[in-house]
Ligand binder design. Structure first.
Ligand code: F6R
Length: 262
């Protein structure tokens, strides 16, 4: 796990976009896993700017949505499909046929979830998965108690998630109680994971994710098992991390590893 401390939200987004750009330079048909929510918005903005400056080209890129509310049509203003289109996909030159997402109104839930898993596999797996983190430690909509080896499936939102997401709807009653999400096992198969956390309301979840025991009660803690998990935080979200000095030193000095071979 690599913990990257930044001074503020903008820097989180710049760092995440920088990593994605670097990975895209290595693989032009990158498979990018996309999260919704407030946190990744700045990353999408950065990536759009990079595209406008012609530093990145999305024509070969494939994207996979992380989750979706069950029961919402694609064009519902609060669907994750709508969010991704408005905040990212319509601003870049991605090919329509390379955009994959969970259907909020599937004809058959189990078949659709299995087909989504199959699609991810047939594209060679997700290269870079962007994640946010819930205050309760969820990743995707894998709420506390989710199996750490779960696959894409239907989930019931936790009470605190319904409350946290109510601000995007008219009121709390409008928030769907069910969702589709790729599983924790599915997330863990991504070659690289970038988890972003900003603000003091995420500090406890970040502490448990990075320095707590690995437990299904804090789904994000499973990332401790991932060989390429990058946790990018600002000062407030990282406030409870006890090894801050060490993480900062590692990040600032990682290029020096090569000097030791000279
Ligand atoms: C979004 C998702 C969620 C969010 C998390 C944090 O697709 O799967 O896990 O990443 O709830 O949300 P924000 O960024 O709004 O605090």
């Amino acid at each position: 796990m690599e913990v990257i401390f930044t001074s503020n939200y903008e820097k989180i987004c710049e760092e995440a976009a920088r990593i994605i750009l670097r990975e895209w330079k290595k693989k032009k048909n990158l498979a990018l896993g996309l999260a919704t929510g407030a946190t990744p918005l700045g990353v999408y903005k950065e990536l759009i700017e990079l595209y406008q400056k012609k530093e990145i080209d999305f024509s070969g890129v494939q994207t996979f949505g992380l989750d979706e509310y069950l029961g919402l049509e694609e064009d519902h203003p609060q669907s994750f499909a709508h969010y991704m289109k408005e905040n990212f996909l319509k601003h870049i030159n991605i090919k329509k046929e390379n955009i994959f997402r969970l259907d909020g109104k599937p004809s058959d839930i189990d078949t659709n979830c299995q087909e989504y898993e199959d699609k991810i596999k047939s594209c060679g797996g997700i290269d870079v998965q962007i994640l946010g983190i819930g205050r309760n430690g969820h990743i995707g909509f894998n709420e506390p108690g989710s199996s750490l080896s779960s696959r894409t499936r239907v989930k019931t939102l936790a009470e605190e998630t319904v409350k946290d997401n109510a601000c995007f709807f008219e009121n709390e009653r409008e928030v769907p109680r069910f969702c589709l999400t790729i599983g924790i096992g599915t997330v863990m198969e991504a070659k690289m994971i970038i988890l972003l956390a900003s603000g003091g309301n995420k500090k406890d979840a970040v502490r448990q994710c990075v320095e707590g025991p690995v437990t299904a009660s804090v789904p994000a803690s499973v990332l401790q098992f991932h060989p390429q998990a990058k946790i990018i935080v600002d000062e407030d979200a990282g406030a409870l991390l006890s090894r801050k000095g060490y993480y900062e030193w590692v990040f600032q000095n990682k290029e020096r590893v090569k000097d030791y071979l000279k």
